[in-house]
Write a protein that binds this ligand. Structure first.
Ligand code: 3HC
Length: 289
């Protein structure tokens, strides 16, 4: 198998990441089915596509004909079996919960063709913690996009010990065909390259806030103006989801049992209050306007 065999892509999860990964693949000419257990989430994704494509045409980024082709390339389904049965490549972008992912990959292994590659867009979980539930561990790989996935160029591909050279090469080449810049990690590490580094920045930013050293706005302003980051850590957590920050830390804590890995009280409080960031209208900032 090589990348030219990949025509049909299934994206699992229509949330923050999934809907944009699906749309990116459709723009690059692949036939894509995006699936989610939530009909409401799929409707939101469909509505996003419906307003995004005319916007691209208006901005001169796509022609009317290209936009029509993209629209024809992407569909939505609540049925995992329907979405995955003909897929040559699956990208799982479901909630960041290990047991959920393990269950999904076990189901996918039954539904998909034997040659289908099963990739996870997990932000932190290395694929060796999932691959063992399948009969194709050599074809289970991390393919990690960044938010917003339509815009951010990087994709991390992780060559865990179980991943074949062929799978890693196809995933790298598929990323390029999706107009991304892939980076290959030769070994597994929790959080890969970028979230490994970002995790420290976010944790210490919350520490500075909790200590009353400066406000979230001022910490963001400092990082943006001193380090040249497009968004400071609090704006970025609001973009990627405070719920995601919570789940990531919680999963880490469950894995290590080390209290230092637990989500900080501020993140727990925001999680409980459902102040999850932009997608709900409030996080560290208020987006209700
Ligand atoms: N969805 C899709 N496209 C978007 C978008 C969104 N949410 N936000 C902006 N864009 C597009 C615009 O359409 C525009 O496209 P065009 O130039 O082709 O017309 C382009 O991005 C620039 O948009 P704007 O001028 O409106 O806005 P900015 O210049 O302020 O850029 C940003 C917005 C791209 C979000 C920028 O602020 C940025 O780069 N922020 C940092 C994002 C980042 O660090 N992401 C990584 C997070 S870590 C992560 O994802 C890990 C994961 O595991 C959670």
């Amino acid at each position: 198998m090589n990348v030219d065999h990949i025509k049909n892509i299934c994206v699992i999860g229509a949330g923050n990441m999934g809907h944009q990964i699906a749309l990116r693949a459709a723009i690059s000419g692949f036939k894509v089915i995006c699936t989610d257990v939530s009909e409401e989430q799929l409707k939101k994704a469909e509505a996003f596509v419906a307003q995004y494509l005319p916007g691209r045409v208006k901005k001169g980024r796509l022609t009317e004909e290209q936009a029509q082709n993209v629209k024809a390339n992407i569909s939505f389904s609540t049925s995992l079996a329907e979405a995955a049965k003909d897929a040559d490549f699956v990208i799982e972008a479901a909630t960041e919960k290990m047991e959920l992912k393990r269950k999904l990959f076990s189901q996918l292994d039954q539904i998909c063709k034997p040659e289908t590659i099963l990739a996870t867009n997990s932000s932190y979980i290395v694929s060796s913690k999932i691959a063992d539930v399948t009969n194709r561990p050599d074809k289970v790989v991390n393919m990690h996009f960044f938010n917003p996935a339509l815009v951010m160029k990087l994709v991390e591909v992780v060559k865990g010990p179980h991943v074949s050279d062929e799978t890693a090469e196809i995933t790298m080449e598929l990323s390029r065909r999706m107009e991304k810049i892939p980076v290959l990690l030769q070994k597994e590490i929790r959080g890969f390259l970028v979230n490994y580094l970002l995790g420290y920045l976010n944790r210490e930013a919350v520490y500075l806030l909790d200590q009353g050293i400066a406000s979230a706005e001022d910490i963001d302003m400092a990082v943006e103006n001193a380090l040249g980051h497009p968004m400071g850590p609090f704006k970025l957590m609001d973009l990627t989801g405070v719920d995601l920050a919570y789940h990531i830390s919680m999963e880490h804590f469950l894995e290590t049992g080390d209290k230092a890995d637990m989500p900080s009280p501020t993140i727990v409080e925001k999680y409980v209050k459902k102040e999850w960031g932009r997608k709900v209208g409030k996080g560290f900032y208020d987006y209700s306007e």
